[in-house]
Design a protein around this ligand. Structure first.
Ligand SMILES: [Zn+2]
Length: 322
């Protein structure tokens, strides 16, 4: 980690509670403000929606015309620059259609086609679709010069309430609905899974202290104060284990654990606490064969441990301390 930690503190229960409460309140305020803004600017916003859609359709149309023109040249075997008839040139084991005037100016601009170009273009023409960005609502909002105070997700809901379509789904029926794709408020305290409760129950039998969703308040030099939440912290007189619980190994984000480890080390250090810090992922749908790159503990292996020493050993072996 290159950035310098100015301070880090474990959050008390009441701090965590109030953090999530404030977050929920702010979220509700933003939603309310967004709805208000939408009501006041409804016509402008809806017309920006139609402009966005028609721009995308225009783009399609241009692509279609470009391909159509090229296809016409291919089918009639004519040069698009000088209109001369193209000649088939044998070249190696694969020939091409070329213009006999290719040496005349504008050189390098005369038409040439590989023999399968026509079939390719026909295929591409069939696949032309408007390129709707996943964040199309945000783009429309930005095109109106409105900032982050107006929230895309609520705006989308407002549009749908007006009977307008989700543009992504309109043109890509199998895509993720936009509302799902732009989900940003996962910051609300997450529900504890069955497996997390089970891990907590087991670790609690062996470790001195097990804290689920431990909040850390911290500040990096030159940045604002931030908060993060570790899935679990399990500690003894000698060890502090930072634990992130994942459904499968694919969900692992190394950086996340690096940050938590650095912050925890910093906290311990500021209390002259010399306990060893390990950081671990516990993956519950995993097996040994999928273990590559980042190390992680297996849920099943942890569940089979009978002593704190066994669990600590597993944590130490699979720790990601760098
Ligand atoms: Zn030509």
């Amino acid at each position: 980690m290159n950035k310098k930690i100015e301070y880090a503190k474990f959050m008390k229960d009441w701090e965590t509670e109030s953090f999530f409460k404030n977050l929920a309140i702010r979220h509700e305020q933003t939603k309310a403000n967004t709805k208000k803004w939408f009501t006041a600017n409804k016509d402008k916003f809806i017309s920006a929606y139609h402009v966005y859609e028609s721009d995308k359709l225009d783009e399609c149309n241009k692509t279609f015309q470009k391909y159509n023109l090229e296809l016409h040249l291919f089918d009639s075997k004519k040069c698009g620059v000088c209109q001369a008839g193209l000649k088939y040139i044998n070249y190696g084991n694969k020939g091409f259609w070329g213009c006999p005037n290719y040496k005349k100016p504008p050189t390098n601009e005369h038409t040439s086609f590989s023999p399968d170009r026509g079939a390719n273009i026909r295929e591409w023409i069939g696949e032309i679709k408007p390129r709707i960005n996943t964040h199309w609502v945000t783009m429309i909002r930005n095109s109106m010069g409105v900032g982050n105070a107006v929230q895309p997700k609520t705006l989308l809901q407002c549009l749908l309430n007006e009977g307008l379509e989700d543009l992504k789904l309109k043109y890509f029926p199998t895509a993720n609905p936009t509302a799902k794709a732009i989900e940003t408020y996962s910051k609300v305290k997450k529900n504890t899974s069955k497996e997390e409760k089970e891990i907590e129950r087991i670790l609690d039998l062996f470790f001195n202290k097990v804290i689920p969703q431990q909040g850390i308040k911290y500040k990096m030099k030159g940045e604002k104060e931030k908060y993060c939440f570790v899935d679990m912290v399990a500690s003894t007189a000698y060890n502090v284990n930072i634990i992130e619980i994942k459904t499968n190994a694919g969900h692992i984000k190394e950086d996340q654990l690096n940050l938590y480890t650095d912050l925890t080390k910093n906290i311990l250090l500021s209390h002259n606490d010399n306990r060893q810090v390990t950081s671990n992922f516990i993956v519950y749908d995993g097996d040994n064969t999928s273990r590559s790159g980042v190390k992680y503990c297996l849920f099943d292996e942890i569940m089979q441990c009978n002593t704190v020493t066994d669990i600590q050993k597993n944590f130490n072996i699979n720790s990601n301390n760098f």
